[in-house]
Design a binder for this molecule. Sequence first.
Ligand code: FE
Length: 330
Amino acid sequence: MMKKALAVSVALLVAAPVFAEELVVYSSRSDNLLRPVVEAYQKKTGVSVKLVNDKAGPLMEKLRAEGSNSPADVLITVDGGNLWQATQMDLLRPINSATLNKNIPANLRDPKNQWFGLSVRARTIFYNTNKVKPSELSTYADLADPKWKGRLCLRTSNSVYNQSLVGTMIANQGQVATARIVKGWVNNLAVAPFPNDTAMMEAIAAGRCDVGIGNTYYYGRLMDKKPNLPVGIFFADQQGRGTHVNVSGAGVAKYSKKAAQAQKFIEWLSGSEAQNLFADLNHEYPANPTITPDPKVAKWGKFKQDLVNVSVAGSNQQKAVMLMKRAGYK
Ligand code: FE
């Protein structure tokens, strides 16, 4: 009898791996981008990571609604605008980590240490290589010049990415100058704004417009699929400050019961083992500047990052939305 019970329990142990600990990660990133990363962590540490996936908005609402009963330990989402929103909703707790402070540059993390950027994307200019020479391109503001009339494509203004770009422009140049630029963009539109960056880049390739503004990783994905498309990338400048960048990032959930473990996981994500895994699958740049980007991404060329803190994208979000609305940017 005893022997049989023992045999059964041994069989159970063999059948299902027993993890010492489990972390619950709420993530708005695609499962296929994050799965290999958490699997690597699991393998290395024995800590099991459960992914709960949803879009950023619903995920943060869920976290807020659950309050102190939330099982979440970590929140991972994209864009400084969303991450800032998470801090406003009081969903995160400050992380006091020498490792994260060392690995992640100051412009890519929350000034109050509630979240840290883990991968970087630039939002920059894309152009039809049959119609535009790179020497004709320079700044985001230049796309408002009448020489681009009927030649510009944009994504819709309800994209958080455009809100973040305009939010940082407001921080760098003020509302008056930014409003003038955004109005100029609207005047130069070739066709109505697109629902996503990929459709916009395909319109550039098809010759419906000559230039547009998009995120680097969408370009990477598109060129993977259709390497012969006549679309080039140009790193735009803003008043000598460089190209607008944004992040995907992570924070420890406010009511996590395993905050120390959650912090360790985020620290690991910022380090040499995880940074390429985290960035390369989505054609992004590692946030940790000591890690080299994937060769496919590196070949687009080096560029200067605008060092304005990405959380400005959030704090100026409402102003940006209003400004775009007033400019007639749909
Ligand atoms: Fe995206």
